[in-house]
Design a protein around this ligand. Structure first.
Ligand code: HEM
Length: 460
């Protein structure tokens, strides 16, 4: 009633804001958990149309469906990243919380660090981490749980590339603390002992302490003219600062490193996990991927690391990955907050309200993807034929994921070594998955491993 009076001159979208504070949050979280979120959106779209209001996570929210809505949410300048108190407090002064000119500068620096040419520079480290991970965690095991292993692998890769932290006790401690930190990002910001938020806050302090030390070491090395390599994130950012590109303090650089890691490892792990899940049930597609990977391996000497050229030949494998991203997008949707009153399709969206788009709405729409529930990588044979903004696993517009090339490369390198070395079967054919909020198989995807014989290569 209060809202209706306050906005009596507005043409608000249809829908219901539900109970104060709670609104539809619990209902959507339940749908995500039971993996019925697509139906949840469809039921409401049928009732109200493609633009409707509700209340999510304590704020009035407008859900918008369709490619035009995706474009609007990703590109409208009056919409900013939604900043929850937990994210602000735990992640500090990072790209997620900056605005205006400082945001542009930091975004451009991060994008520069993660761009294709840089990824080609740290490919060797990725290759090394993947092989080491497989040797330590897969070789010699009859069964493994793929989901936690994929997460650990993607964590180790980013840690090694970005912080220069190889295997050892520091990386172990960081891995545990990052898990706690990620869990806290969507928690209620209640800072009393033993809450998720409090644990996350304490983990973020420990992470900062370690990273600050590494950053200071890099700073000292630079000042003494020792460091010529810019492939670690701290050195890269410190060099940019000395050139006047941005004015971030060491503390701010550390916060941004935490964001890159947080945004980068769980997401790519979902892609690798679900690729393994699909391939277990599709010998034809697995056969084609293996053929592509064997062909690449034949051109190389034994133990020779993969290069960017090799990765760019993995075209079929990447199409299978894209189809995995279409059917199981790691990020379920994007939230933004209106910084002033805006209008969309004749409806008013008041300042301070959230807008929300969900990726599955277009990814599973038969108008854009025929027979959308079918797993069919050939849809990506001609990617330019897809209408814009209907396939958005990495978002779009000025805040599109800057880590997409990084994710692509590490996924392909991982698949190269796994498909050549193993065959696998799902231990539990019926295992479902939930979105928590990233998709995760309920049992962690236990798989039975068989080493391919004869193994055509060995790495010591
Ligand atoms: C398959 C893997 C990945 C997926 C599906 C993914 C998806 C996304 C999406 C959808 C967004 C935009 C969210 C929005 O607009 O609301 C985003 C942002 C971001 N991603 Fe990724 N991502 C992946 C991997 C990575 C990796 C590997 C990194 C870094 C190494 C990374 C770093 C980031 C950062 C820093 C942002 C925030 C950008 C900004 O604030 O402007 N992501 N990602």
């Amino acid at each position: 009633f209060v809202i209706r009076r306050k906005y009596s001159s507005y043409n608000l979208p249809p829908g219901s804001l539900g109970f104060p504070l709670i609104g539809q949050s619990i209902s959507l979280l339940r749908a995500l958990h039971s993996n019925t979120d697509y139906q949840w959106y469809q039921d409401r779209i049928k009732k109200y149309g493609p633009v409707f209001k509700m209340s999510l996570f304590g704020s009035p929210t407008v859900l918008m469906a369709g490619p035009a809505a995706n474009h609007f949410v990703f590109s409208n300048q009056d919409l900013i990243f939604t900043q929850t108190k937990a994210i602000n407090t735990i992640l500090g002064r990072s790209i997620l919380t900056l605005s205006g000119e400082e945001l542009k500068r930091v975004r451009s620096a991060l994008q520069g660090y993660l761009r294709l040419e840089m990824v080609t520079k740290y490919m060797r480290k990725m290759d090394e981490e993947v092989r080491m991970h497989i040797d330590l965690n897969w070789v010699g095991h009859k069964t493994v749980k793929a989901a936690p292993l994929a997460k650990r692998l993607t964590f180790d890769i980013i840690c090694s590339v970005i912080f220069g932290q190889g295997i050892g006790p520091i990386r172990e401690a960081l891995a545990t603390d990052f898990e706690t930190l990620v869990q806290a990002l969507l928690s209620l910001p209640v800072n009393i002992p033993f809450t998720k938020f409090n644990k996350g806050l304490r983990a973020s302090r420990r992470i900062r302490k370690v990273l600050r030390e590494i950053a200071r070491e890099r700073e000292a090395a630079l000042q003494q003219g020792h460091s010529s390599s810019a492939d670690d994130f701290f050195t890269y950012m410190l060099v940019l600062r000395s050139e006047g590109t941005h004015s971030l303090t060491v503390e701010d650089i550390v916060d941004n490193a935490i964001v890159i890691l947080t945004a980068g490892y769980g997401t790519t792990a979902v892609l690798i996990t679900f690729l393994l899940r699909y391939l277990a049930n599709d010998p034809d597609i697995l056969g084609k991927i293996t053929e592509e990977q064997e062909e690449i391996a034949r051109r190389k000497g034994p133990n020779e690391p993969l290069t960017w050229n090799d990765v760019s030949r993995m075209k079929y494998t990447w199409k299978v990955a894209l189809e995995t991203l279409r059917t199981v997008p790691p990020i379920f949707g994007s939230f933004r907050t209106a910084v002033k009153d805006i209008e969309y399709h004749g409806y008013h969206i008041p300042k301070g309200w959230q807008v929300f788009t969900a990726q599955s709405i277009t990814h599973l729409d038969g108008n854009f993807f025929s027979d959308p529930v079918k797993f069919d990588p050939t849809r990506f044979d001609n990617q330019t034929s897809l209408p814009p903004y209907c396939f958005v696993p990495f978002g779009g517009g000025p805040r599109m994921c800057p880590g997409n090339e990084f994710a692509r490369t590490e996924t392909l390198v991982t698949m190269h070594y796994l498909v050549r070395q193993f065959r696998w079967k799902l231990c539990c054919e019926e295992e479902g998955y939930r979105k928590d909020p990233v998709p995760i198989p309920v049992l962690g995807l236990p798989i039975e491993l068989e080493t391919r014989s004869p193994p055509e290569y060995a790495h010591a």
